[in-house]
Design a binder for this molecule. Sequence first.
Ligand code: 5GP
Ligand code: ZN
Length: 112
Amino acid sequence: MSDCLFCKIAAGEIPADKIYEDERVVVFRDINPKAEVHLLIVPREHIAGLNELESGHDALIAHIMRLIQPLALDQGLESGYRTIINTGKDGGQEVFHLHIHLLGGRDLPGFG
Ligand code: 5GP
Ligand code: ZN
């Protein structure tokens, strides 16, 4: 998608503080962090959100899920972390390119 922010970051057209990338995924720091560690895990393929997932994405999603643990350990989050996927306008999604928030650190507030 030519006008998608996360496609442009994945392609290197817009700078970001990338901490990991491979042929399927890029991971970079959120520009407005909500915790000590706040990463965004983003597939290179443009998928608008959870509602647009198809069976053809299964291997990609498994790859992303299995990346979370080593990323968290690399960030020093041995004692725990939180993952969030916002979906749709009422779910708080602002960037319509699928991404997982990985949050951790001392200041993580309770959830409800
Ligand atoms: P959403 O609300 O869609 O789940 O999350 C979008 C996230 O992207 C927000 O936490 C926001 O701070 C982050 N974000 C928005 N624009 C940029 C940007 O240009 N660079 C980076 N690194 N993060 C961004
Ligand atoms: Zn995109």
